[in-house]
Design a protein around this ligand. Structure first.
Ligand SMILES: *Cc1c(COP(=O)(O)O)cnc(C)c1O
Length: 415
């Protein structure tokens, strides 16, 4: 066998780059549908989907054609001008999502920052909160991105260490299942949030299912309680669906499992059709009206190239039946994983094609299991020490999934 090319590329990344990630030792060269290939030509099934950004599959032919056509015509203009694709995209996005208005950015973190700004202005200008006093309540275990303001309200020390001073104006409350009454199986207490509310509270910001925390799924009814609380106390409910949205949980949005509507919705990741970054904050006209010229912006936000791709990506979400596929195959996948029934598995949980397998970490840690799965042709990534997240592209077929289940079962039984 010739020496692997992989080492050379890995060395370069380490030599010339910051070590802010700890990737698995595989160097990828090509992606198509649910598959990825490394530089030595080995083929893998993608169970990470770039943290749920690759719902449509890698290099969807329709989207590749869309990006090529648009790139030949008009790609980047800045918002100094109106463009054809941007207006069409705003119309499509707001209609599909059921919100009156949208503001687009590029990365998820920027859309979260947008939501924070919108909430604060609403707090000052509508609710009448005293200047510079607005507070937003978040949940423990949250992940909303990496800006200095966003890490200010993270509860994970590794996200924060050495990055202070932090932005004030945030309080943290218990995410469902992490309160003192955890022993009570169907506790949907929102008391911890209730206690943090005061006259300066403008918003509650949560993920309907916490992704980076290890696919933490709140008990049925919890989000609804939170929504009721927000209505009662005149507080905005802002949901970060950057990872959970656009079909990942088997519904268009994860909050639809709970029959509620938030005041603000944050999208990103899969919105770009697995080709480029685009994110958005959505809300009512009443909330969005506080953004006036000069108050917020982004050079690349809403650029014609991204707008065109995202418009087509939204159409394909329905044309390719990605949401139903996520619901059906997700249910099937979860039940198959649950039936492996092995003592190294503590719990299998999730919704749609977004499943967390928590391990009894006295037996094996999640990273080692990912390495074993890699050798079997499955690309998976751990989140924290003891959870493996399975999030294949939403276009994955039952046959491909069955193959994955066979491999996962084999690896787990071999431990
Ligand atoms: C990924 C993610 C973000 C951050 O998005 P970036 O594009 O990496 O900035 C924010 N919130 C949630 C829930 C996410 O999963």
């Amino acid at each position: 066998m010739p020496p692997s090319l992989q080492d050379e590329y890995i060395k370069k990344e380490i030599l010339f780059g910051a070590q802010n990630y700890a990737p698995l030792s595989v160097v990828l060269k090509k992606g198509k549908g649910a598959y990825l290939w490394d530089v030595d030509g080995n083929k893998y099934l993608d169970m990470v989907s770039a943290y749920s950004a690759v719902s449509h599959g890698h290099s969807h032919p329709e989207l590749v054609k869309t990006i090529q056509d648009q790139a030949e015509n008009l790609a980047i203009t800045s918002r100094a001008f109106f463009t054809e694709p941007f207006g069409n995209f705003l119309e499509k996005l707001t209609k599909v999502a059921g919100f009156e208005s949208a503001l687009t950015m590029n990365t998820g973190a920027e859309a979260v920052e947008t939501a924070i700004k919108a909430s604060r202005r609403w707090g000052y200008f509508t609710k009448g909160i005293e200047e510079n006093k607005a507070e937003i309540i978040v949940a423990d275990g949250n992940f909303h991105g990496r800006t200095t303001t966003i890490v200010s309200f993270s509860t994970d020390p590794s996200y924060k260490d050495g990055f202070g001073p932090f932005t004030p104006g945030f309080e943290s409350a218990n995410y469902c299942g992490s309160c003192d009454c955890e022993s009570i199986n169907n506790c949907i207490s929102i008391e911890s949030f209730e206690r943090k509310i005061n006259k300066n509270t403008c918003a509650i910001l949560v993920e309907p299912i916490q992704g980076e925390a290890g696919i933490r799924v709140p008990k049925d009814g919890w989000l609804k309680e939170l929504s009721k609380l927000c209505i009662e106390k005149n507080i905005l409910l802002i949901l970060d669906e950057i990872q959970s949205g656009l079909g990942r949980t088997g519904k268009l949005f994860a909050y639809q499992h709970e029959d509620i509507v938030p005041d603000g919705l944050i999208l990103g990741k899969a919105l770009g059709g697995a080709l480029l970054p685009i994110s958005a904050f959505l809300g009512s006209k009443d909330l969005m009206k506080y953004f006036n010229p000069g108050s917020h912006g982004s050079t690349f936000g809403g650029n014609p190239l991204a707008a065109k791709v995202a418009t087509r990506a939204l159409e394909l979400l329905f044309e390719d039946n990605l949401i139903e596929n996520s619901a059906e195959l997700g249910q099937y996948f979860k039940s198959k994983l649950q039936s492996i029934n092995n003592e190294i598995i503590k719990e299998v949980r999730g919704k749609g094609l977004w499943i967390g397998m928590e391990l009894n970490d006295s037996h094996i840690n999640a990273k080692d299991l990912c390495l074993m799965l890699l050798n079997e042709g499955l690309l998976c990534k751990e989140t924290h020490k003891s959870v493996i997240r399975f999030a294949p592209p939403l276009m994955i077929s039952k046959k491909e999934l069955d193959w994955a289940i066979k491999k996962i079962t084999k690896v787990i039984r071999s431990i």
